[in-house]
Design a protein around this ligand. Structure first.
Ligand code: FES
Ligand code: FES
Length: 107
């Protein structure tokens, strides 16, 4: 399990809160993260890190959001199929809920 850490010191928002916004609220843009969590609403210096978090689906395998969305658009309709095509979710499994959300919303 990745260690939690504060991403936005201005608004005291941590990494897990941002990932949760992605999984539970389908947040995919900095604006959506700002709206849901408040992160990035102060000095703005955490925005590049928020962008990095948003762009990554699976830390274990280094699979990006784009790779997973491309696999879903190419017909992967299950977490297993996404794993076969991209390797995402095939190690610790922590990102599987996010992969499910991406499949459901196609984004
Ligand atoms: S550190 Fe996030 S807005 Fe300042
Ligand atoms: S983060 Fe571990 S398998 Fe995706």
């Amino acid at each position: 399990m990745a260690e939690n850490r504060i991403v936005c010191t201005c608004m005291d928002v941590d990494y897990h809160t941002i990932r949760k916004a992605m999984v539970e609220h389908t947040a995919r843009t900095v604006e959506e993260i700002q709206e849901i969590t408040g992160a990035g609403m102060g000095c703005g210096c955490c925005i590049p890190e928020i962008e990095e978090i948003l762009a990554s689906v699976c830390g274990c395998t280094g699979t990006s959001l784009k790779e997973v969305v491309d696999a879903v658009n190419a017909g992967a309709t299950t977490v297993e199929a996404v794993g076969e095509q991209t390797k995402a979710g095939t190690d610790c499994g922590r990102c599987k809920k996010l992969i499910e959300n991406i499949i459901k919303n196609k984004r």
